[in-house]
Design a protein around this ligand. Structure first.
Ligand SMILES: [Mn+2]
Length: 195
């Protein structure tokens, strides 16, 4: 089973993440930011990842530390659960629509952190989530999961829809990349021999 449990405590946030990459999409999420929980739920559901996240952050300041640090901790947990990457598909991509909105997410478990995000949210806040923090979440994830991640919102005028298509497509892309490739069992999917 590809599982991990990571706790990360700073003076700004206390976060614990436990996950099973080979799950069924069960989730238990409590970050203190309702819309953020709704987005993390999309990763679990559409990534078929069992995911439990609790975060106690300094929300009396704003959501920045909480959202960024959940990204960091989730990235650490994914890296731990993936291990040496033997037999994984490595690349994953997905297009996800929701009514008028459409996003594309492409991921590579390359071992090299890189984020390219082209998203223009049409609102500054979605519920209690500052849309600027979506970038901070993914930057934290990318740095610690060691992935290249390309996120494009191609269409959309409702910010809730824009954001939800991004997180759903991210979940689907993760699922594809992390699914074992039976034709490549036990093999690290790189001519370099390591990732
Ligand atoms: Mn929704």
């Amino acid at each position: 089973m590809r599982t991990a449990q990571v706790s990360r405590n700073t003076q700004e946030t206390k976060i614990s993440v436990s996950l099973n990459l080979d799950g069924t999409g069960q989730s238990k999420l409590a970050t203190g930011i309702g819309f953020f929980d709704h987005m993390l739920d999309q990763i679990a559901r559409h990534g078929l990842i069992d995911l439990e996240i609790t975060a106690e952050g300094d929300l009396h300041i704003d959501g920045h530390h909480t959202v960024e640090d959940v990204g960091i901790t989730l990235g650490q947990a994914v890296a731990q659960a993936v291990g040496d990457k033997k037999g994984i598909t490595r690349y994953g991509h997905s297009y996800v629509p929701l009514d008028e909105a459409l996003s594309r997410v492409v991921v590579d478990f390359s071992g090299r952190p890189g984020l390219a995000m082209d998203v223009n949210f049409t609102a500054g806040m979605i519920g209690a989530l500052d849309t600027q923090l979506v970038f901070e979440f993914f930057q934290g994830f990318v740095n610690h999961a060691g992935v290249s991640l390309h996120i494009d919102n191609l269409k959309g005028h409702n910010a809730h829809h824009q954001c939800e298509t991004i997180f759903k497509a991210f979940g689907r892309a993760l699922r594809m990349a992390l699914t074992p490739d039976p034709r490549s069992a036990g093999v690290i999917p790189s001519t370099k021999g390591c990732l």
